[in-house]
Design a binder for this molecule. Structure first.
Ligand code: ZN
Length: 294
């Protein structure tokens, strides 16, 4: 086997203030592709964004909750969404309109738009959201520009995706140490520039680091597994229906006989019949003293 399974590995340059990560996605990416028939040009964008989300979620060291990256555009591709949880479960979806011309660039597909990054702590804790205008010719460039502004840390990304794999390499320059190796950042970056998309998709982390940095002292940490995972549930859909309100839900029920809600990420559909809807909007059960007795 010459490709690694779905995993993410961090690494550190021992003699320079630079850290990095490499992610490789196989089954998790194919799980996304199996659920929607995405046109070819869109696949590259979504796979690249998925690799980037895993890299960024790992860098943020989320304990709980998740990181959501969204690209909203005015071009034929109007939306790309990837969510990655702290334990590296990823899911992704996209919206597009009409035929997408082969060989189109990210800018041609997305057009003007904005990049939205959301950190959802999930435990009732705070939700952080950052929104910036899209800048850059590729998904990697768009993210680099965002990182430079928000994190104030120079971060470089190399991303690639095809119909089988998605992969990403990230390098981040940490604050300088006195007497450090001043040439390290440009040297390490220039070597990473030589990596091809084919290499990113085919090589394991040890192979890639050997190919690029066999003359540097690099510490490679243990691989963390990455997997496809969707957090949707019947309970969550019921909660959503409750928020929409009984008037609107009843109207749909009357028109269509039942309510069907399908998850945009995993395509799982949840059907609610009239009885189910009644139950959702029923007043909370009141326990009578009679029932408590036995
Ligand atoms: Zn789902």
């Amino acid at each position: 086997m010459n490709t690694s399974p779905d995993s993410l590995q961090r690494f550190l340059f021992e003699a320079a203030p630079i850290r990095g990560e490499f992610v490789h996605l196989d089954a998790s990416w194919r799980s996304v592709l199996a659920r929607h028939d995405y046109p070819l040009p869109l696949r590259s964008l979504l796979g690249e964004l998925m690799a980037a989300a895993a890299l960024m979620a790992a860098m943020l060291k989320l304990q709980q909750g998740s990181l959501i990256l969204q690209i909203q555009g005015h071009g034929p591709v109007s939306l790309l969404v990837v969510e990655c949880s702290g334990d590296l479960q990823v899911r992704a979806t996209a919206k597009w309109d009409g035929e997408l011309a082969a060989g189109s660039s990210a800018t041609e597909l997305i057009g003007d738009g904005r990049f939205v990054i959301t950190l959802d702590q999930k435990t009732g804790g705070q939700v952080y959201q950052g929104i910036v205008a899209l800048e850059g010719e590729s998904v990697a460039a768009m993210l680099q520009n965002y990182m430079l502004r928000s994190e104030q840390l120079e971060t470089h990304l190399w991303l690639a995706a095809d119909g089988e794999h998605a992969a990403g390499l990230m390098l981040q320059k940490l604050p300088e140490q006195a007497g450090g190796d001043d040439d390290a950042w440009p040297r390490v970056g220039a070597l990473a520039e030589t990596v091809t998309a084919a290499e990113l998709l085919a090589l394991t982390a040890p192979e890639l680091l050997h190919r690029l940095y066999h003359e540097e002292d690099v510490r490679l940490f243990d691989a963390q597994p990455v997997a496809f995972g969707c957090s949707c549930s019947r309970e969550n859909v019921a909660e959503m229906l409750k928020m929409i309100g009984s008037d609107e839900v009843d109207a749909v029920l009357e028109e269509q006989g039942s309510i069907q809600v399908c998850c945009e990420f995993c395509n799982q559909c949840y059907v609610f019949e009239e009885d189910d809807v009644d139950e959702i909007f029923a007043a909370p059960a009141v326990v009578t003293p009679d029932e408590i007795q036995h």
